[in-house]
Design a protein around this ligand. Structure first.
Ligand SMILES: Nc1ncnc2c1ncn2[C@@H]1O[C@H](COP(=O)(O)OP(=O)(O)O)[C@@H](O)[C@H]1O
Ligand SMILES: [Mg+2]
Length: 372
């Protein structure tokens, strides 16, 4: 969040939309007053401290972390230098708190004497998560950004658009083209923001989903639309249990994967040999440890989309799920981040294998009986 936006948010008592914006941030954020008393805590912060916001409002940071913790030094430095100061690998430890490896960022709010905004990030947990899990992080960072963009950009943008439209009617013919250009470009930004809003934190509604019907639907859409010449192979396990998921979101995921596969193939010279293989399988004993906890997730359903296109370059692989990463002239680079976000919301995992002639995206998903 930009500093200006933060200050605008917190210097007033939080208006409903700014509370929603703060609540959407996946990162713990608290506002302290001049005595280190809690003045504001977002839901991620409540979770971090294991206390409700109203409990925190009765407390000071010293009640949770002993006064000799280096975090207080950091806060004081920020207070006195009036600039944002960050420290890494701090351990926030007290009678009811044990949080090693925290990156703390302290930002003073000059409008309010002594007030400091703290952003707390658990870096150790992020590192411990394996690479597949980390794909989720890329999409999460977009969640907060999408909320800010929607909030901060949409209104001025519709002002710009409206003004351009008025100009269109009144300027001389020769300048009309420029006014139209402004309107069209404003529409393009608007469309981008709308797409980014797909990343917002909405609770997902789940039920038992027949993944074969979803795949069938996606294949038909592809063949009628963007992949008329591509051959589809379907290798389905007919006894596969239902997925515990959201049907429409799973359509979105598979459509994005199939579209990428088709676009990779269409880039080939001999696209008449293009082939996409859709596979479903039940994987016994697929239980994964969740780092830092005793929990195991059970993801027995595997759905894969494979193509015989040119493959993904090695240096692309590491950034594949990050927003705006694209190799296509008109690509948005938002397809795979959305896939990662949705699969993450489902508690699932994604694996990618790619070499020339064989690229496969494998989704590991939870099954109905386990979830509900
Ligand atoms: N099946 C695939 N084969 C080759 N490259 C792929 C495949 N799927 C994704 N990619 C690469 O990943 C990039 C990001 O994909 P995506 O997030 O869907 O954005 P976009 O499709 O808009 O470029 C693509 O530009 C492409 O380089
Ligand atoms: Mg795409």
């Amino acid at each position: 969040m930009t500093r200006a936006a933060t200050i605008a948010l917190l210097s007033r008592s939080p208006a409903p939309e700014s509370a929603a914006l703060l609540a959407a941030l996946p990162v713990p954020v608290v506002l302290l007053d001049g005595e280190d008393g809690f003045r504001h805590a977002n839901p991620a912060a409540e979770q971090f401290f294991g206390l409700s916001s109203s409990q925190l409002m009765q407390m000071r940071l010293q009640d949770l972390v002993p006064a000799d913790n280096p975090v207080f030094l950091l806060i004081d430095q920020a207070r006195h230098s009036l600039i944002t100061i960050a420290d890494h690998e701090l351990t926030l430890e007290g009678p009811r708190l044990h949080k090693p490896g925290i990156t703390v960022q302290a930002t003073p709010l000059p409008e309010e004497r002594g007030a400091v905004l703290l952003v707390l990030q658990d870096a150790s947990a992020a590192r411990a998560l394996d690479r597949r899990m980390n794909f989720r992080g890329a999409a999460r960072s977009l969640t907060g950004m999408a909320a800010i963009l929607a909030h901060e950009v949409k209104n001025p943008l519709s002002g710009i658009r409206g003004a351009a439209q008025l100009l269109e009617a009144s300027v001389p013919e020769a300048d009309r083209e420029l006014a139209v250009l402004i309107r069209d470009e404003a529409d393009r930004i608007r469309a981008l923001i709308d797409r980014m809003e797909d990343f917002g934190e909405k609770p997902i509604e789940r039920s038992g989903v027949n993944i074969h019907r979803v795949l069938e639907h996606v294949r038909r859409l592809a063949q009628k639309g963007f992949a008329p010449h591509i051959r589809f192979n379907e290798l389905y396990d007919p006894s596969l249990p239902h997925v515990w998921g959201n049907r429409d979101q799973l359509v979105q995921v598979l459509l994005n994967l199939v579209k990428n596969a088709a676009e990779a193939i269409t880039g080939l010279e001999h696209d008449s040999n293009g082939e996409i293989t859709l596979t479903t399988a039940y994987q016994h004993g697929m239980r994964l440890a969740v780092p830092g906890s005793a929990a195991r997730i059970h993801l027995p359903l595997v759905v894969s989309v494979r193509d015989n296109g040119p493959g993904i370059a090695e240096d692309m692989l590491a950034h594949l799920f990050e927003p705006f990463v694209t190799t296509k002239p008109a690509g948005s680079g938002l397809g795979l981040p959305l896939v990662a976000k949705i699969i993450g919301d489902h508690g699932g995992l994604i694996e990618v294998d790619s070499r020339p002639g064989r690229t496969e995206f494998r989704l590991h998903l939870p099954m109905l009986a386990d979830g509900g």
